[in-house]
Design a protein around this ligand. Sequence first.
Ligand SMILES: Nc1ncnc2c1ncn2[C@@H]1O[C@H](COP(=O)(O)OP(=O)(O)OP(=O)(O)O)[C@@H](O)[C@H]1O
Ligand SMILES: [Mg+2]
Length: 294
Amino acid sequence: MEAIAFTDVSKSYGDVLAVDGLDLSVRAGTTVALLGPNGAGKSTSVNMLLGLLRPTRGRVEVLGRSPDEAVARGEVGAMLQSGELIPELTVRETVDFVRRLYPDPLDLDEILAMADLAGLAKRRAGKLSEGQAQRVRFAMAVAGAPELLLLDEPTAAMDVESRLRFWAGMRDYAARGRTVLFATHYLQEADENSDRVVVIARGGVVADGTAAEIKAGVGGQAVHFTLGRQPAAGLDALPGVTAVGIQAGAATLQTTDADATVAALYRGTSLEVRDLRIAGADLEEAFLTLTRES
Ligand SMILES: Nc1ncnc2c1ncn2[C@@H]1O[C@H](COP(=O)(O)OP(=O)(O)OP(=O)(O)O)[C@@H](O)[C@H]1O
Ligand SMILES: [Mg+2]
């Protein structure tokens, strides 16, 4: 069962193309990191999963339904980049208020423990630090025991210690068989806390795999991408390239310098490069190469 399916989804804000032909599906029970630089389209994608934004083109499905239906059924929980708390309510009251909106919520004390809030239960929301408020937002997101949990840069205001505890809580939730998608620009967070890393840049997927796959094998780097019906002429002349393979519209370039090859592929050719993936690169190196502006 697919928990998330984007099919050729684009979203424009006026003349800004924020998401560009996104194809992405996520199997239920998986934890996926959506990794990308500022402006890559992460929040736009998350907001479409929540039905807060409509795609300009294409189709978005959540748990086999429209996002609106899935949300209305209480199947989706979310922690967004913004979100006000009611300052007069205590942490406990806030979380309890939210969990009572759902048909089959988690136990209140269980939620407070998972979000590391037991010691702050009586504190008024208006007196919390920003990192503590983030933990309350996480508690609100899991309160209804959603099948799909969406977290948009959840650790933004947290210190190192809070981050570690936050991710432990998230993994605890994911271990119950739930699907989690989180957006981040931190490679390490993506690497340590997900089953699958989807790198997006300029509104499209540029790499997709386990963190280990993305950084696997330092020697024998290969650049893979979808060429479709475009001509392959000239690919063998790109810097670093030692061999070119084309099979069913998929191109594989063996290279001694993946950075130079990818840069030239974007800057030196007029090809529309999709689904680009580098095997054998360090994750950080691959991320920078993949997401660098062309
Ligand atoms: N309401 C809006 N109106 C116009 N442009 C927008 C709007 N929201 C987002 N954008 C633009 O769409 C693109 C994608 O933005 P989005 O917020 O989805 O990126 P992001 O990956 O979440 O970035 P960040 O890491 O900074 O949160 C950016 O170029 C942004 O400026
Ligand atoms: Mg964002």
